[in-house]
Design a protein around this ligand. Sequence first.
Ligand SMILES: Nc1nc2c(ncn2[C@@H]2O[C@H](COP(=O)(O)OP(=O)(O)OP(=O)(O)O)[C@@H](O)[C@H]2O)c(=O)[nH]1
Ligand SMILES: [Mg+2]
Length: 432
Amino acid sequence: MAEKPACVSSQIPNDEDTPKEENIRCLPLLDHFGFECLPHQLVNRSIQQGFTFNILCVGETGIGKSTLIDTLFNTNFKEQKSSHFYSHVGLKIHTYELQETNVQLKLTVVKTVGYGDQINKEASYKPIVDYIDAQFEAYLQEELKIKRSYFNYHDSRIHVCLYFISPTGHSLKSLDLLTMKKIDSKVNIVPLIAKADTISKNDLQKFKAKIMNELAENSIQIYQCPVDDETIAQMNSSMNEHFPLAVVGSMEEVKVGKRMVRGRQYPWGVLQVENESHCDFVKLRDMLLCTNMEDLKEQTHTRHYEQYRCYRLRKMGFTDVGPDNQPISFQEIYEAKRQEFHEQCQREEEQLKQRFMQRIKEKEATFKEAEKELQDKFEHLKRVQQEETLKLEEERRKLDEEIIEFYKMRAASESLQTQTCSNVKKDKERKK
Ligand SMILES: Nc1nc2c(ncn2[C@@H]2O[C@H](COP(=O)(O)OP(=O)(O)OP(=O)(O)O)[C@@H](O)[C@H]2O)c(=O)[nH]1
Ligand SMILES: [Mg+2]
């Protein structure tokens, strides 16, 4: 009888010193159990759920972002052209439901608006960085919820940033270097030389080399197609050598011989978008949609989001090891944080009390000083008033004396006057 699959991985020898990995014995199965169908189950489940892919297009106004996205999905997404007169950089976000055979793709395209149009371009990268972080934050908040809507949640994290470089043929602009430096740890950057039909083949090779040198000199990390899967290793390593991809976009159908192809018609001939000797458009499409979409999403989750998540959790005070460098559980961190918070509250309460008492003492001292000042002022005024009263009383006394003196004099003068009158009268009578 065949051994049960459960036994296959659970037969661990007793030797405890041997590393765990080496303790697992590989046993050939003697029967068919069915778990070889696991990949099919995963495929079916994934098809049922549908896929999401989020692209961020960063590039100057009119550089060909919308045309390239239309060309990539061979669909006219009917987008309005942007103005060159925005005072700051913004983002346009559109989500589309696409279907190819039975595979559904929820595609979100985020494009810059007004990028490179301002005189002062110092803060042009900020809305882009903020948007990328905001999507990470939304995902983190969803993860931290008690009740997570895992199946309904629309993951809006940016999986790839198509960075459109102007086809100047010279070098990268400082705005390109600044923005790429700010976002290279947050998103997979795929640099593209836009409107590559405007540069000659020779100049294009030199321009590509120049760009790669400048990126290396400034330590800017761009997306590297994985070469660990041998089925696509060769293709991906040749793809990595072609970076930055020189792309041309066009939805116009042009006649070449007897065939209609998508391309751009010039007086000297036709540039065929899907001709690999004319530009790298097909390479970009294959790389993005056929070969590396899953890797781009995986890199987003395991590298960029992981970095954001670690940073945020550390900022919230979480850690994997305690002060003694020993592993620490979530519960222990929570308890420690609660204790720390409690102690901090107590410390703050104590400080508040002390500050309150100090303020009261200061106020009391100020009041006492003010009271003393008032008292002194009162005493002084009282003294002044007493002196004034004394002075007034003295004056009044003098006045009273003067009045009495006056009355006396008046009485004397009246009696003198009456005496004089009677004397005159007597004299007159005597004369008669
Ligand atoms: N020569 C050339 N012209 C292109 C290419 N791609 C787009 N164009 C032209 O460039 C102009 C602007 O293209 P859009 O795709 O609207 O550029 P955009 O970056 O989306 O512009 P905004 O959204 O307004 O910022 C259009 O006239 C396109 O036909 C290209 O690969 N080569
Ligand atoms: Mg556009």
